[in-house]
Design a protein around this ligand. Structure first.
Ligand code: ATP
Ligand code: MG
Length: 164
């Protein structure tokens, strides 16, 4: 089978609800299992995006930021989701103690905030989202390394619908 080339796109997210909508749209389109890296400085909108992703996957409760716990697990209908925030990780080796290898073996969605802090210990990204401050909102650059999104995937339309 012919593998299509890496897909990349950039979007403007005008407000926090656009960031959440993007997460929702990703949840509906992503091929699982999947490893997502969320890049971006403090307050760039990474956890907001995870909130949308989890909602899109059917999670009804709140989304806690795992800043102190390193990982927050969610067991959804037919998928396990692990939301990591490695900001406070002093050494990637610490991930050994929380059983990072076992997480990788599952049919799951693994999401990493601050993935650079865990490099060498965490699985490679299938999808990378780089969030950055832009005007009053954010910009996001999406790179799909392993064809986890459909061809010609487009959510510009979705993002225009959230002014109700
Ligand atoms: N597109 C956007 N435009 C403006 N504000 C946004 C946007 N997306 C998210 N925000 C806001 O930015 C703030 C920080 O968001 P969030 O906590 O998701 O960032 P983070 O990248 O997870 O930060 P940290 O690195 O501290 O974990 C929140 O108040 C959120 O509502
Ligand atoms: Mg966060």
């Amino acid at each position: 089978m012919q593998k299509r080339s890496m897909q990349q796109k950039e979007l403007f997210l005008a407000d926090d609800s656009s960031t959440e909508q993007l997460g929702l749209a990703l949840a509906k389109s992503l091929d699982m299992p999947c490893v997502i890296y969320l890049q971006g400085e403090l307050g760039a909108g990474k956890t907001t995006l995870v909130r949308g992703l989890l909602r899109g996957l059917g999670h009804l409760g709140s989304t806690k930021s795992p800043t102190y716990t390193l990982v927050e697990p969610y067991q959804l209908a037919d998928l396990a989701v692990y939301h990591f925030d490695l900001y406070r990780l002093a050494d990637p080796e610490e991930l050994e103690f929380i059983g990072i290898r076992e997480y990788q073996e599952q049919n799951a969605l693994l999401i990493f905030e601050w993935p650079d802090k865990g490099l060498g210990m965490i699985p490679a990204a299938d999808l990378e989202l780089k969030l950055s401050y832009f005007e009053a909102g954010r910009k996001v650059q999406i790179t799909d390394f392993n064809a986890k999104l459909p061809n010609h995937w487009n959510f510009d339309d979705i993002l225009c619908q959230n002014d109700d």
